[in-house]
Design a binder for this molecule. Structure first.
Ligand code: SF4
Ligand code: SF4
Length: 167
């Protein structure tokens, strides 16, 4: 049986106190489309349980369950009877993974680079622009690239996410 790591649990709670309210009912996992598609291999309730126990190695190093599979659809947040902010907790865990230099999916690096280069995470391709027009959706404004570059440089963003590294 794994021992509770109170220090790491408290680190997570400091970033989102709602973790404390989880009573492990499993509603999040029963409603999660990724849990359904992966036949339970991805399991948000389990990530929350590991967070409550402060199981740092499983969460940060081994990444079991794989937290990066969450699509941030927010269905679990909407349905949680205890109003646990799961996606906020997952976000802070992902930040910890990156900050500690552990592996994370290449796709996130590509998106980060797109933000640096174009001011948006997903560039608008001609088919997307055409479809948006058909649906009468408003134009998508991108951030001021120069200002964004300066901000990201000032915060040492590229180095922090190891954008040119090979981890
Ligand atoms: S639905 Fe909420 S209370 Fe229930 S297990 Fe998930 S996070 Fe915990
Ligand atoms: S936000 Fe993530 S964990 Fe929650 S239901 Fe959607 S995919 Fe599942």
């Amino acid at each position: 049986m794994q021992m509770v790591n109170f220090d790491f649990k408290n680190e997570i709670i400091k970033e989102d106190f709602s973790l404390n309210y989880c009573y492990q009912c499993g509603t999040c996992s029963s409603i999660c489309p990724v849990a359904f598609a992966s036949e339970g291999e991805y399991n948000p309730r389990k990530i929350i349980e590991e967070s409550l126990m402060g199981l740092k190695s499983l969460l940060i190093k081994e990444q079991k369950p794989n937290i990066w599979l969450c699509s941030t659809c927010q269905m679990c947040v909407e349905e949680c009877p205890q109003e646990v902010f799961l996606t906020g907790i997952f976000e802070s865990l992902k930040n910890k993974i990156v900050q500690t230099g552990e592996k994370y999916p290449e796709a996130f690096k590509v998106q980060a680079k797109a933000i640096i280069d174009n001011g948006v995470a997903i560039s608008l391709s001609p088919p997307i622009i055409r479809r948006r027009k058909e649906l009468k959706l408003p134009n998508v404004e991108s951030a001021d690239r120069i200002e964004l570059k300066n901000l990201l440089k000032a915060t040492n963003f590229e180095k922090k996410i190891n954008i040119n590294g090979d981890r």
